[in-house]
Design a protein around this ligand. Sequence first.
Ligand code: FES
Length: 557
Amino acid sequence: MAKLRSREWFDTPEYYGFSRKAWLRSEGFGAHIFDNKPIIGICNSWSELNNCNAHLRQLAEAVKRGVWQAGGVPLEFPTISLGEMFLKPTAMLYRNLMAMDVEEMIRANPVDGVVLLCGCDKTTPAQLMGAASADVPAIMVTGGPMLSGEWHGRKLGAGTDGRKLFDEYRAGRLPEEDWCELQGCLGRSAGTCAVMGTASTMAAMAEALGMALPGCAAIPAVDARRYEIAERSGMRIVDMVREELRPSRILTREALENAVMVDMAIGGSTNAVVHLLAIARRAGVPLALDDFDVLSRRTPCLVNVKPSGSYLMEEFHAAGGVPVVMERILDLLHRDCLTVTGQSIAQNITGARCWNDDVIRPRAQALSEEGGTAILRGNLAPDGAVCKQTAASPHLLQHTGPAYVFDSYKEMLAKLNSDDLPVTEQHVLVLKNAGPKGGPGMPEWGHIPMPKVLLQRGIKDMVRISDARMSGTSFGTVVLHAAPESAVGGPLAAVRTGDEICLDVPARRVDLLLPADELQRRLSEFQPAKPHYTRGYGKLFLDHVTQANEGCDFDFC
Ligand code: FES
C-alpha cells in the first residue's frame, strides 16, 4: 500500500502534526487510531430539511461498523443537503454548491477514502461530481426508496401518483377530505420517492457507473438489507484505499456509456441527462448530448416502473433490481469496466436472477424498443432538448399545433386554473424563462400542469415545451431542456401565441414553423431581463452556469 494520504496531516514535524492528533483524541479516540490505519470520511447529506435523507445518520452507523471491522477509522462529516421539496427556487440551483462542498471537504481533510451517503435527487450527482474532482477513493451508499404509499386499498408511488391525484382534485373529481387524507398516506417512511424518479434513477446510475456495490440502488430505505450493504460498503472502502482504487479509474468513457444505457433501460429520469453530462465533465470524460441518442436508439426500455410503467421501486427491488437490468443488456454494455468491488461489471452481476418478468421485462417483451429518453434537435432547440418518450402519449409523439405561450412560471400559475383559458388539446403549451439562468437554476417547472379547462373535459395530456427540467416522477408529452435557453436569447424566446410548432419525436425534431428570416428578426430584437441576482452565490451561479446540453455545471469546474 502506498503512503496514506492522511499521514500528510499527522506525520509532520511542525506543531500541527501533534495538535491534529491531540484534537482528534479530544473526541475520545485512543492513540491506536494513528497506527497507519486508513481514515475513512463518511460524507453525510443527512438533514431534517431533507426527508428523503432523514435516515442517513443510522445508515452512517452501519458504515462505521464496516470500516472498523476492516481496520479503518471512520469519521463522519456533514455537507449541505438538498431537499427537493423544500428548496426555493429549486434544489438544482444548489447542486453545484453541494458538489463544491463535497469536493473541498474531501480535499481539505485528512481522509484516505470516503463513503458518500446520499438519497434525494441532487445529492447523488453532487456527491459524484465532488468525488470525481477530488479523486480520493470513494464508494457511494444511496439511501434507497421509501416504502410504497398506501391509500384506499391502493399502492401509490410518491411523486407520480400524487401528481395524478392532484389533477383529479383540480378537476373536482376527488373530494377535499380524500385529498387531505392522502397527504398522510403517500410517503410512509424516510427514503426517496417510490417510483423511478430522479433519485432512484441516479442511484441506479451510481451502480451502473461502478461507484456503488451491486444491488445497492433499489433496496428500500428501511430494509435491513440496506444497513447490511452500508456495512459492506464500509468494509470495502478500506480495501479500496489499499488498492488505490480512485474514481478516475472507474469513471471512464465506457462507464459513462454504461450508465447512459442503463438509464435508457430503466426508463430513467430526464434529469439524468444533465447530471451524467456534469459527472462526465468532472471526470474529464468526453460525453455529448448526441451520445445519449445514439445509445438510446439501441437500448430497449425494460423496467416497468412508474412513471414509464406500472410498478413501484419496492417491486423493482424484489424483482432483482439494477443487476438484473444490466444482465439483460450485458451484450450492449462495456462488460470489463472496473467497479468499486475491484471487479468488472460483468463479474459483479454474475448469477443475477429475475424474480418477476413483468417488472423487469425480458428483451423480447421490452416496454419499448428504444430507450426512455429521446434527444431532439430543431430550430427551437439547436443545442438539443429531451423528451421522455416512454412516459408520453404515443398519439402525441408526432403533433403539430398552435403555441400558447407563458412568459414566466408566475404567469403560468396565474392562468392554468382559469375557466376561460383559450386552449384546446391541439395546443402546444410553451413556458419561457425557466432554464439555468432564467429560472434561475432550471427548476422542475417543465411538466406544466394541464389547464383546468382541459382536465374538466377529461383530457390528460398535451404537448408542452420549455427550457426547464421536470421531476423524474412526472409524465406526459413534455419537451424539456431546450438549449440555448430563452433567457439568453435561445429560439424559445421568439415563440408567440398562435405560432405553429411541430414535434416529431421519431424524427428527433422540434421546430417552430416560421420562416428562418422571421425567426432571426424576432431573435435580433431579444432583450435580456434583469439578472435575478447581483451578489453572492446567486451571482456566481448566473455568471458561470453552463447550458443544459453541457450539464449545467460551472464553467470553471
Ligand atoms: Fe427527494 Fe423525491 S423528493 S427523492
